[in-house]
Design a protein around this ligand. Sequence first.
Ligand SMILES: Cc1cc2nc3c(=O)[nH]c(=O)nc-3n(C[C@H](O)[C@H](O)[C@H](O)COP(=O)(O)O)c2cc1C
Length: 462
Amino acid sequence: MSRPMLLNAFDMMVPVHQSPGLWRHPDSGASRFDTLGYWTSLARTLEEGGFASLFLADIPGVYDVYGGGTEATARGGVQYPLLDPLVLVPAMAAVTERLGFGVTASVTYEAPYLLARTLATLDHVTAGRVAWNVVTSYQDSAARNLGLERQLPHDERYDRADEYLEVMYKLLEGSFEPGAVRADAEAGVFVDPDRVHPVEHRGTYFSVPGQALAHPGPQGTPFLFQAGASKRGQQFALDHAEAIFFIGNTPRLVRGWTDGVRAGLAERGRAEDAVKVFTMATVVVADTDEAARDRLDGYRRHVDIEGALALFGGWTGVDLAGADPEAPLEYVATDANQSALASFTSLSPDRRWTVRDLAEFVAIGGRGPVIAGSPATVADELERWQEEAGVDGFNVSAAVRPADLERFGALVSPELRRRGVLAEPGTGTLREALGGGGPRLAPDHRGAAFRRAVGAGASAAS
Ligand SMILES: Cc1cc2nc3c(=O)[nH]c(=O)nc-3n(C[C@H](O)[C@H](O)[C@H](O)COP(=O)(O)O)c2cc1C
């Protein structure tokens, strides 16, 4: 075994996340996605199953590329309607002790000053169990509803995101000195005014002169997830992320990205294991291989091909409505998610994908692999993927939600534990569980330079 296997559950507060149509399966509870009980029950299940975190995807727009509208998206419940993941985290934290929560927030559309407060709040009330999935977003529909005519160009979104992160480090690491919050009744001092500092940020995209609203939580900057996969996106991830996610349909494809991460870290002087790498997998498990195959066959009867194309159109900005099902897919550069299309075209030298192949593949488990089998077969496959793709763990997705995650916890987790390969979180912060170091950003992380020592006055990097 190479290294202990880390598990995140990969989910979203929607009826359909990665497997369009499967909400119609008789075992699906997805129609209750808008109830508190759905999420608190799932959180408990994941904690019992040894998951390090529940990773919640989020997008700020409705998928409207396929057929030039939102019909297939609405009919299929394709990542729509969509609730706010940040709101539900405290309720899930209240019923768990170790499970972390990865929340997605867009640096293109959220104001950094307020987001720093929201993330600090979550870090306080979860006792340091929150991670932030930093995304630049990829939908024109989001841009239009959030004050722009169209999206900023793809690479510029990342340039802007670099400055955004600098503002966040200043607010979360450099505004409050350690010990600034004294709550000293005798002295009559709640916050020591000499120990809080304006961040004085004036840059190309942001101007934030004042001091942070909220004092930082146990992690300071929450643990940072990122999933940039394009050239510019990967640079951004290497500069900031502590965990990187990929989605690829073969271990070889993911390996290319993973090797790029390890090499890029070395170039930046960051430790080779400074970043944990995850890849997505949808797992269908049953007592025997045959039962799992039957289960997966049953799933295929419920897939929603139009929904799959609505999802793909949303990711890539490419509208396949009316395309010849037998036509081969071609790569085109768009301002949306570039790697999603590349993984079925330019990055897939061994296979020529048609529109039909793509729709059928995406309909169960999105762009990642579906691993179906007995607990032993699933564990073998996860170990093989981990080895061949060079990843630290998996973002496990459910086709039938939440049943497949519950089945994973009941059947696969015990098998991984029996093999001694599961990396289970302890009781500390999420950074300690996933990163293996202390609760704060590692000293070689660029955000650590913004940290303010006691009585230090101006921070090192301001
Ligand atoms: C596992 C995983 C989860 C992701 N979750 C989100 C998400 O919740 N919201 C979002 O806007 N983008 C999400 N993305 C997309 C990435 O942020 C990124 O845009 C994408 O991987 C394409 O990379 P690029 O921006 O470098 O082209 C996710 C990607 C992966 C691989």
